[in-house]
Every structure is written in C-alpha cells, then in structure tokens.
Design a protein around this ligand. Sequence first.
Ligand SMILES: [Ca+2]
Ligand SMILES: [Ca+2]
Ligand SMILES: [Ca+2]
Ligand SMILES: [Ca+2]
Length: 286
Amino acid sequence: MLSKKSLRCGCAAIAVTVGFAFLDAARAEPSGGITFSKRCLIVDMNEGCAVVDVNRDGKPDILAGEHWYAAPDFLPRPVRQIPPVNDLPAYLNGELLQNVGDHPYDVDGDGWLDVISTGWTHKELCWYRNPAGQYDEHPWQRHVLGVIPGQNEAIALWNFDGDGREDIQCESGWYERPEGDVFVRPWKFHPETALPHPSVPCVLARLSGSRRTDLLWGKAHDYGVSWWEQGEPKADGTTTWTEHLLDKSWSQAHAMAWADLNGDGRPDIVVAGKTGTWILTNQGKN
Ligand SMILES: [Ca+2]
Ligand SMILES: [Ca+2]
Ligand SMILES: [Ca+2]
Ligand SMILES: [Ca+2]
C-alpha cells in the first residue's frame, strides 16, 4: 500500500509525466546517434539515486531519496523522510534536502540490499535497512554507521582506460591508477575530463559501441545532460572527447544511474536533482 504522501507524489509524477510527454515528442532530437525518451518520476529536491532490485523480483527498481520506485510502474513508495539543509545561510529557504547520494549495499547481510547515505552538511553517515519485502508493515529503519566531518559530496571510482585498474574521476579531471603500490607510486593526472559541477557519480559506458569507454554526466548545478564520446588518443596518451547533448530542458542533474529498466537490452538513464527524478529511456541508435 502506498502512503498518502507517496500517492500525492505519484499523482504529481503522473501529471508531470503526461505533461512532459507531449513536449518530449516534439523535442526528440537524436544526439550522437542515440535517442532517449523522458519521464519525470517526481518533483522534489533530492540529489541522490541508484538502480537496484529492491524487492528481489528480478526487475531493476530505482532508489532516490525519500522514495523507491518499483518496476515496472515506477510509482513512488516511501523509504525515509529527509530534512532540508538548514545550517548554511545561502540555503535557509529549504531548497535542498540532506541527501547527496544513495549507495545500495547489503549492510546486514540478509540478502536484501539496503541503502547508505548522508547529506551535504550532515555529520552522520547512515544506512537504512530494507524491510525485506514487508514494505507495507515496516519502515526502512535508520542506523548510524559513523560521524564524519565536513561536506560530504563524493567523487567517482572507475576503471577509466580499460587497463584493469580503477582510476579516480574528480571535478578537475581523472587520476590514472598506477601499477603496484597505490600509496607509494604517483597517480598521473589527466585534465581532459574536467567537468564543471558534475553529477555524483558520472557514468562510464560504451555508448558509441567502440572499444573505448564513453562518459555520461549531468550538470549538477546547471542545465544539461550529455555524453562524451571518447575518440582516438593523441600520441602522448592524452584522451580526446566529443560532447553530445541529450537534454537541457531541466536543471540540477545531481545524481545519475545507468541500467536497463525495461529489459530491452539497452541501458537507460536515471537522474535525480533539485528539480525532480527522471528516467531517460534509451531508444537506441537512429
Ligand atoms: Ca524489483
Ligand atoms: Ca539488508
Ligand atoms: Ca585504469
Ligand atoms: Ca532499456
């Protein structure tokens, strides 16, 4: 059973979805040879999301802040209530929720994926226990993992260049993980992927179908979701990229996930940010 709040959100999401569906059809522009259709799941101020099979029915669901969205209808179901950021002078009007990332992990080892999360200025890192199928009877219980100082927005860990070693992407570029002891040997810095205020995390995937990994990201504090197609590297090893814009009709794409939601074999995009949570359904190459 859905809560009253969730039902209100669901109705709002459906209304928004219908409202935007017409606009999307008119705006369907192929970008970089790939087309996506768009659906708004909810309008809220959450900034985290993940794709995970919450209810273990074999279908990928969406976790995004105060709600999870079960496939295949993706209507909002309650997870937790998140307070607004209220300790920064510039954000006292309640325009941000204390959530900068949803990270699925089975913390208690019971076979049901829980969610780990914290907020921009929250001091507590918490996990919320998956009620193991009893979603109507039990809430997602909150547990504190630890207390952490400072602001808690994240960076991403990828095997960026396909050499078998995970590299680190941050806002100013990516660091190539060396062979051997990562605490002793230097990490080479590559500024080619400097991204202004990118989504957390970005996604690495082979969108172009080439053997190289491409980059999918949103502007966390601006308009625009794009993918960067990786081209032939220069002689000195510098990576090269071509940007393809997917959508800039809404803003604040703060968190991103990449997974096949409808089982058609093409991974889709889930994005959550200050203006809502969205699905971009992959329509394939045109
Ligand atoms: Ca599921
Ligand atoms: Ca669990
Ligand atoms: Ca690597
Ligand atoms: Ca798909």
